[in-house]
Design a binder for this molecule. Structure first.
Ligand SMILES: C[S@@+](CC[C@H](N)C(=O)[O-])C[C@H]1O[C@@H](n2cnc3c(N)ncnc32)[C@H](O)[C@@H]1O
Length: 316
């Protein structure tokens, strides 16, 4: 049996990431549409695989929670325990249950749930098909699976328009090449597919699901001066955080070793690796420029969503 993906999500920094990144991820009106589309009904039993802090529970509880049951499963006992505490704030009028468990061997019997859902889980798994087969097993006939996963590769390939000067085409294309190589490297090392989302319909079909359909998230990151809404302010700050994290890693970054491993596992060669590191150093001052623009109130960012909701039904 293959091992589950390496799990770092119980560390404090990742907890913050889980909360921060989700602040405006799904707009409430759109969640209501998706709940209808997926067929949520009050009183249902819903399993959330890789529940983290129970974020999906907070979104969909209003659509199934009256007399219903939310079951959060996570490989991290720490996160499951904390999710249980947090659920006291949002899960009213129904039952909740939190278990430590592996997506590859869900702690539920066959034909148990009306809905099985997950978010940014499959993207981290070395064998997403196996996890989806498990979701199929625990669903009742007629039950629905709802997978909300990003395509981070398309995100990296996106030519986003910001207030920063555009990169020379050659460098922009080189960064895209690095993104492709990293995506392959992640998969080769068993760290999952960064572009999991467009693969999900095929995994669902393989597991036996029917009525497969998909939607793209309605939310995109937009920050335009003078940032009239909290959401816009958030977008601008989030861009800054992202830039700090991903745009300018250097040899001193703690995860540089990880990146190096991923890059070579994806078929990258030494000269491209050296070129990449050089370019990263060259563009480091862009960080400070963006910071200054944020201070001056001139920063701009438009980045469209590459987050998807994919559903399927277990035949009756
Ligand atoms: C990116 S977080 C997403 C958490 C939550 N679904 C959300 O959207 O906020 C990924 C979660 O999957 C969990 N996870 C990773 N591998 C798992 C596995 N094999 N079985 C169950 N959970 C797993 C992690 O512990 C983490 O909580």
């Amino acid at each position: 049996m293959r091992k589950p993906a390496k799990n770092k999500w119980s560390k404090g920094e990742y907890k913050r990431a889980i909360i921060d990144q989700r602040k405006y991820l799904w707009e409430p009106e759109y969640v209501a549409l998706l709940a209808k589309w997926a067929g949520f009904k009050q009183g249902q039993t819903v399993v959330d695989v890789g529940c983290g802090l129970g974020y999906l529970g907070t979104l969909y509880w209003p659509f199934f929670g009256r007399g219903g049951k939310y079951c959060g499963v996570d490989v991290s006992t720490k996160l499951a325990t904390q999710a249980k505490k947090l659920s006291l704030h949002w899960a009213k009028g129904g039952k909740t249950e939190f278990k430590t468990g592996d997506a590859y061997k869900l702690p539920y019997p066959d034909n148990y749930a009306d809905v099985v859902m997950c978010q940014t889980l499959l993207i981290h798994l070395s064998d997403a098909q196996k996890a989806i087969n498990e979701m199929f097993r625990i669903l009742k006939p007629g039950g629905v699976v709802l997978c909300k996963e990003p395509d981070n590769l398309s995100m990296s390939l996106q030519h986003t328009i910001t207030s920063l000067p555009e990169l020379p085409l050659e460098d922009e294309l080189f960064f895209q090449k690095v993104a492709f190589i990293s995506n392959k490297g992640n998969a080769a090392l068993g760290l999952g597919y960064y572009n999991a989302a467009p693969r999900v319909p095929l995994w669902l079909k393989e597991a036996g699901f029917k009525k497969i359909d998909a939607r793209i998230n309605s939310y995109l990151m937009l920050g335009i001066p003078p940032y009239e809404t909290e959401k816009q302010k958030y977008a601008i700050e989030y861009r800054q955080k992202l830039q700090k994290l991903y745009d300018t890693p250097n040899e001193k970054r703690k995860d540089n070793y990880e990146f190096k491993k991923i890059f070579f596992a994806g078929g990258g060669n030494r000269s491209d690796y050296v070129k990449y590191m050089k370019l990263k150093r060259k563009y480091k001052p862009r960080n400070d420029l963006y910071k200054q623009q944020v201070k001056d109130g001139t920063a701009y960012w438009f980045c469209s969503s590459q987050f998807f909701a994919i559903k399927g039904s277990k035949p009756k």
